[in-house]
Design a protein around this ligand. Structure first.
Ligand SMILES: Cc1ncc(C[n+]2csc(CCOP(=O)(O)OP(=O)(O)O)c2C)c(N)n1
Ligand SMILES: [Mg+2]
Length: 344
């Protein structure tokens, strides 16, 4: 039946999912915070203030939606290097991210020792990651195993790119999680490229279909539609808590920026292709949805941009003036130091 209703007399999509008006506005705010942080970091790198930035532009809508479908007070998170909008949504601050990108001692992610985008926070249950891609997937399965063994009500949530899903770690982790029915959500951000390699040269099939072989569901979802992403992650979480095991989710999106600040993407893709994908940007589409729902306006948008400009300015000033790590601290946390304090 064709709907003749106005917005006011239809139940809106977000309410059908149990999301309040306040929550969807919050989701939008985090998407924009991720985007603004990212754009500013690209500028800082071009201005020679920081060495390197890996951008997540184009992936924020899915990241924020996933975070909102999780229990942000209890679950364990193993994000990958493009997940700025995700880590901001679970409580990391722009100041903490700037301390990391400026490689300062106070950076809670690694004390300025890891590359930017290598997130870690005990406070937020963000598990520190390594540079070899996909190593976080077996780690996430380990956290899910701990939840099961200790009978705790949390899930572990892990993200990675589609190119990385060809690494052995992904398959070993999926197999172990499937055999043991572990509460883990395995979330692939399929952004169509692994550096310069387009998806059709990486994969003969769909990432999500691989779940079948490991004995759990695999779902492909439009990553530019945050409400759909929210729905599938929420379902996956409920299955995990009910003891039904893992879910593999493949969120489809597009990497709008180059692979990193060291990459010239126009050497392997056209500007027309990138421009075409900008039209599908999940943030712009979600803003249109909120405006249609009467929940957002141009004035609110202006205020938000001004608020974030100020927040980022302060975060940058703080991080720029913060001290670097001391050279003599280089080996801290590399070797077991417990014996030094009179231990065995
Ligand atoms: C084991 C390993 N091989 C290669 C690299 C170099 N590398 C870093 S990112 C990347 C591309 C990964 O592509 P994808 O998984 O699709 O994630 P995306 O960068 O597109 O988000 C590669 C090959 C690495 N870090 N680790
Ligand atoms: Mg990719």
């Amino acid at each position: 039946m064709e709907s003749q209703g106005t917005t006011a007399n239809m139940i809106s999509r977000h309410k059908q999912l149990g999301l309040t008006d306040g929550q969807v506005i919050d989701m939008y705010r985090y998407m924009q915070l991720g985007r603004k942080y990212d754009e500013r970091s690209l500028l800082l790198q071009r201005a020679g203030k920081i060495n390197f930035h890996v951008s997540g532009i184009g992936q924020e809508a899915a990241q924020v939606a996933a975070a909102f479908a999780l229990d942000r007070q209890n679950d364990y998170f193993l994000p990958y290097y493009r997940d700025y909008a995700f880590v901001l949504s679970v409580g990391m601050t722009t100041r903490e991210l700037m301390l990391s990108v400026f490689a300062k001692a106070e950076d809670p992610n690694s004390g300025g020792r890891q590359m930017p985008g290598h997130f870690g926070s005990k406070r937020l249950r963000i598990v520190t990651g390594s540079s070899p891609v996909t190593t976080q997937v077996p780690h996430a399965v380990g956290f899910a195993l701990a939840a099961k063994m200790q009978k705790k009500k949390f899930v572990s949530f892990v993200t990675f790119g589609e190119g990385s899903s060809n690494q052995g770690d992904f398959h070993e982790a999926c197999n172990f999680a499937g055999v043991n029915k572990l509460p883990v959500i395995i979330f692939c951000q399929n952004n169509q490229y692994a550096i310069s390699v387009p998806v059709h040269k990486q994969l003969g099939g769909k990432v999500s279909d691989r779940a079948l072989g490991y004995g759990f569901p695999g779902v492909r979802v439009d990553g530019n539609d945050p409400l759909e992403v929210y729905r599938v992650v929420k379902e996956a979480r409920e299955r995990a808590l009910a003891g039904e095991g893992p879910t593999l989710i493949e969120a489809m999106m597009y990497r709008l920026s180059p692979h990193s600040t060291s990459d010239n993407d126009l050497a392997y893709r056209t500007k027309e292709e990138v421009d075409e994908n900008w039209k599908k940007d999940g943030i712009a589409a979600f803003r249109t949805y909120l405006i249609e729902q009467g929940l957002w306006s141009d004035e609110q948008e202006r205020d938000l941009v001004a608020e974030y400009n100020l927040e980022l300015k302060e975060a940058i000033a703080y991080a720029e003036n913060a001290p670097f790590p001391k050279p003599e601290d280089t080996l801290l946390h590399v070797y077991d130091e417990s014996g030094l304090k009179g231990g065995a």
